[in-house]
Design a protein around this ligand. Structure first.
Ligand SMILES: *[C@@H]1O[C@H](CO)[C@@H](O)[C@H](O)[C@H]1NC(C)=O
Ligand SMILES: *[C@@H]1O[C@H](CO)[C@@H](O)[C@H](O)[C@H]1NC(C)=O
Ligand SMILES: *[C@@H]1O[C@H](CO)[C@@H](O)[C@H](O)[C@H]1NC(C)=O
Ligand SMILES: *[C@@H]1O[C@H](CO)[C@@H](O)[C@H](O)[C@H]1NC(C)=O
Ligand SMILES: *[C@@H]1O[C@H](CO)[C@@H](O)[C@H](O)[C@H]1NC(C)=O
Length: 613
């Protein structure tokens, strides 16, 4: 193990020398806009170069008073500003400037990125009997959509006093009358537009609350999503503290300049672990020197902070991993042994297994006419559009009152549109044939809808052909456990190798390793190098995860019910905080361990850790 840690150290310094600081002046400036000017280590460490930052800012502000957006000076040196392409190129030539690049936009790594929140699924943290009473406090910084502080998962009844070394703050802004930090949530900052006073770190989207409770939520008994996946919720490290950095305040994504500001603050605040469940799309990932996540993480790691990031949801194609810098612990998503099952019963009493969350309220016996969408082709419409249930392709007279079997081979329309279209035409339910989506339970609300495999799809179609009046029904969802095979890597989870630079094979899986560490049911998959197939560093549960939710989400609310306090989501977003929680637990038992040691220990010695911790 020692040599491995040394290896990782030297790997890190190798990239530090070779690719993080190439010759300065490489500005990719073609347009006017917001640019990030990166100047390396904090000015206070740079001796004679100390004034470069101040001088550059001074001269900029003399020319353009409103140009500055962020000034980075704690963990690293630099700023973000509105610049013309010309100015950006000229600043890139100045002494002390390492890189200048356009401000990128990052997206959350839930399945949200390919569908609307409304139609996603999620939910369930398992109970954890371990006792952490002897550990020191670890502080997990969460860069996300904020937090819903009233959730039971953030109750501080069992928490001791806030660690004295904590330098952060609870900036509750306009929400100060209702947003309260406590001994669990010890810090909160928001990076929205406008005055700090008018911002709020309160989560309006749910993602950040979900992620934070997965990392460090305390034990809460008897939670479920409207009765589904009922059990005890508990985060990866229930004794750890949370520091919230709200970098997303809308579905529009988060700017890299904002993310860097949060890194800069988190380094000064004194977090031990940083958890980032977002990134760029794999098509847009930049060289490390132009990538705010890689740069912010680099300086965080230099300051002893372990940085854990989601690998992205652009799988299963090779080379789709993002957040792949060698100093980041990059997390893939695996499945859990629980499924959300909504079965189809055919008129011949055959039961076909389907996946999806729905609270369908139709008869359990097969009395509803069933039809393959292709048989409802409107004249003049491409048959392919119809069998995929695309908008305006199906004949209403034929669809009305029936359960409709849809293919899902087109990439044009997400399943949400198909559901809406069949609903609009008076259809009773939808059976979607899709081998990939079948692994992830989407939330279809009260509409009877389920996803089946292509193999089962053929059975359904052949039944439809076999009889004059085919009938079926769709059963409401149940959530059985012990589903096999589990764990497997989720189809959507981004795969390696990293394309930036090409020589980082972000570890590769071969042996599935069922270590249970101190999180029962948290199944970690140990990853090894294996030829050219590759993966991120480690995989953790990221499919159908139940965790805390915002308290007023009317979109997710079932008719006549209160809003759900726990919700089910899928994505590498959900896998990442499982590992952040583990990293915090390892740190709290081994306060002197460096991020590299923690990362290496988690990747290579799960069984040993179980004994040590
Ligand atoms: C999100 O982007 C849209 C389109 O660019 C814009 O109209 C809207 O104001 C943005 N919303 C927020 C909250 O920034
Ligand atoms: C926190 O503040 C103290 C006192 O100002 C300082 O000595 C310490 O270095 C700070 N910690 C961090 C992580 O910056
Ligand atoms: C219809 O789909 C089939 C199977 O995917 C494909 O081979 C065919 O080319 C498509 N036809 C049209 C007109 O797009
Ligand atoms: C159903 O019958 C139609 C028309 O006879 C035929 O084209 C199709 O291949 C059949 N499908 C199945 C699944 O048997
Ligand atoms: C949820 O509550 C927040 C703060 O009280 C409020 O700003 C927001 O509009 C509410 N959202 C919904 C959907 O009611």
């Amino acid at each position: 193990m020692k040599s491995l840690i040394t290896f990782i150290f030297s790997l890190t310094s190798f990239f530090f020398c070779v690719s993080l600081f190439p010759e300065p002046g490489a500005a990719a400036a073609h347009n006017d806009g917001v640019y990030i000017v990166y100047m390396g280590a904090p000015a206070s460490l740079k001796g004679s170069l100390k004034d470069d930052h101040a001088q550059l800012l001074d001269s900029l502000l003399k020319r353009k008073q409103d140009a500055l957006i962020h000034n980075y000076k704690n963990g690293f040196s630099g700023f973000a500003a509105h610049l013309s392409a010309e100015e950006a190129r000229s600043i890139a030539e100045k002494p002390g400037v390492v890189s200048v690049f356009p401000d990128p936009v990052f997206q959350l790594h839930t399945t949200r990125s390919w569908d609307f929140l409304k139609y996603e699924t999620s939910v369930m943290i398992e109970s954890n009997p371990s006792s952490d009473s002897n550990s020191m406090d670890a502080i997990i910084g969460i860069l996300d959509t904020g937090i819903w502080p009233e959730s039971e998962s953030f109750n501080d009844k069992t928490m001791g006093p806030i660690p004295l070394r904590w330098n952060g703050t609870c900036a509750s802004g306009q929400d100060s009358s209702t947003f309260n930090c406590n001994k669990k949530i010890i810090g909160a900052r928001s990076y929205g537009a406008g005055e700090i006073k008018s911002r709020t770190p309160r989560d309006m989207m749910g993602h950040g609350t979900h992620v934070a409770s997965t990392a460090a939520g305390v034990e809460v008994k008897d939670v479920s999503y409207y009765g589904l996946a009922a059990g005890t919720a508990k985060g990866g490290s229930p004794v750890s503290r949370l520091a919230i950095y709200q970098v997303f305040s809308s579905q529009n994504g988060s700017h890299g300049s904002t993310v860097l500001a949060a890194f800069d603050d988190a380094i000064a605040d004194g977090v031990d672990v940083l958890s980032l469940s977002f990134g760029s799309s794999s098509f847009l990932e930049q060289e490390f020197i132009n990538d705010p996540i890689a740069l912010g993480a680099f300086h965080a790691v230099q300051n002893g902070i372990t940085v854990v990031c989601s690998a992205g949801n652009d799988g299963p194609s090779p080379g789709s991993v993002v957040n792949s810098a060698p100093w980041i612990l990059t997390v893939a998503a695996s499945t859990i042994d629980r499924v959300f099952e909504s079965d189809v019963v055919l008129g011949n009493n055959k039961v076909i297994k389907g996946t999806g969350i729905n609270f369908a309220n139709i008869q359990n016996s097969p009395v509803y006419p069933i039809i393959y969408a292709k048989s409802a082709t409107k004249s003049g419409v491409d048959e392919n559009a119809t069998r995929n249930c695309e908008p305006n392709s199906m004949d209403q007279e034929i669809i009305k009152g029936k359960i409709v079997v849809c293919d899902n081979e087109d990439s044009l329309y997400p399943q949400r549109n198909k559901q809406d279209e069949v609903k609009k035409l008076g259809g009773i339910g939808v059976i979607l044939i899709d081998d990939e989506l079948r692994g992830v339970a989407f939330n279809f609300g009260t509409f009877p809808m389920t996803v089946i495999s292509s193999k089962d799809g053929a059975k359904v179609l052949s039944y439809i052909n076999s009889t004059k009046n085919p009938v079926a029904t769709i059963l409401p969802t149940t959530a059985p456990t012990n589903y096999k095979p589990a764990p497997t890597i989720a189809f959507f989870s981004s795969r390696g190798p990293s394309t930036i630079p090409k020589n980082i094979l972000k570890a590769n899986p071969s042996v599935l390793f069922h270590g249970t560490l101190f999180l029962p049911k948290l199944i970690l998959i140990k990853l090894y190098q294996m030829g050219c197939m590759s993966q991120p560093d480690i995989a953790a549960l990221g499919v159908n995860i139940l965790a805390a939710w915002i308290g007023n989400d009317t979109v997710q609310t079932l008719k006549g019910k209160d809003p759900p306090l726990y919700n089910v989501l899928s994505g590498t977003s959900m896998a990442c905080p499982h590992v952040s929680g583990i990293a915090a637990a390892v740190k709290s038992r081994n306060p002197t361990w460096s991020p590299s040691a923690i990362r290496s220990a988690i990747m290579t010695t799960i069984e040993e850790l179980k004994m040590q911790i």
